[in-house]
Design a protein around this ligand. Structure first.
Ligand code: PEP
Length: 255
């Protein structure tokens, strides 16, 4: 049985004061919830604050992206070891906003995945189709290309390392992100099953262990039906992760 995982993606929101209220509220709200894992991915400037407020709690913290280079003249970029220096254990990669607004590709997501695991970070690779791709019947083609790019990048040693770090995949249909249009549990289950099969092509045992979480307008009211599906191991939560009661309620469902 895979432990459920709930990850909050704050995106570019927050300030010192409101972060403190939210983080203290989350730690209080999930303290007794010991049957699932909880993570918040905060903007980089607030990782220091996350470390101060979340150390010795059952809430982990992570970055929303990372660069593939270890150091150098890459203005504005953040290296994997900088995230681990700040106590991050997770990092989001290939989020659709990074792909659509910042020109990131399967190639950059794969290189970053590789760099993240080498630094000891648990990668959460986001995959998912746009509305147009869905309408054209291309969901599986797109998701397969996003998955296969990473699988092809990892050699045997790296794949084993990614497994030891409990790599995570997040199915996030782009049309569901921030739109209020959640995928139906049946649609999400079908794609999660497809993703698991894709991993099984590489390593059947690994596929049974990998957590695949759903993201896209997830709220407390739809989390129960989603999390009940066989291949849905939790959620990646954007908007609702900024709402204390909603986020804690989703964590309770996962627990
Ligand atoms: C996200 O950005 O990862 C996300 C799932 O956003 P939302 O929950 O707001 O749709």
């Amino acid at each position: 049985m895979r432990r459920k995982l709930v990850v909050g993606n704050w995106k570019m929101h927050g300030d010192i004061q409101s972060n403190q209220t939210l983080l203290e509220g989350i730690t209080n709200g999930v303290r007794e919830l010991s049957n699932a894992d909880y993570v918040v991915c905060v903007p980089n400037p607030y990782l220091f604050q996350a470390r101060e407020l979340l150390k010795n709690t059952n809430v982990a913290w992570g970055g929303q992206n990372v660069n593939q280079h270890e150091q150098g003249a890459f203005t504005g970029a953040v290296a994997p070891h900088m995230l681990t220096d700040l106590g991050c254990t997770y990092v989001l990669l290939g989020h659709s906003e990074r792909r659509s607004l910042f020109y990131e590709t399967n190639l950059t997501a794969s290189a970053r995945f590789e760099a993240a695991i080498k630094a000891g970070l648990t990668p959460i690779l986001c995959v998912g189709e746009t509305q147009a791709e869905r309408d054209a019947g291309l969901t599986e083609v797109i998701v397969a290309s996003q998955m296969d790019a990473v699988m092809a990048t990892l050699d045997e040693h790296e794949f084993a390392l990614a497994m030891r770090l409990n790599m995570v995949f997040a199915y996030e249909p782009v049309w569901a992100i921030g739109s209020g249009k959640t995928a139906s549990p049946d649609h999400a289950q079908t794609v999660h099953h497809f993703i698991r099969n894709r991993i099984a092509k590489r390593n059947a045992e690994a596929a049974t262990k990998v957590r695949i979480i759903y993201g896209g307008s997830l709220k407390a009211k739809n989390a129960e039906d989603m999390f009940a599906m066989t291949d849905i191991d939790g959620g990646l939560v954007g908007g609702a992760s900024l709402l204390l009661d909603e986020f804690v309620s989703i964590c309770k469902v996962a627990n």
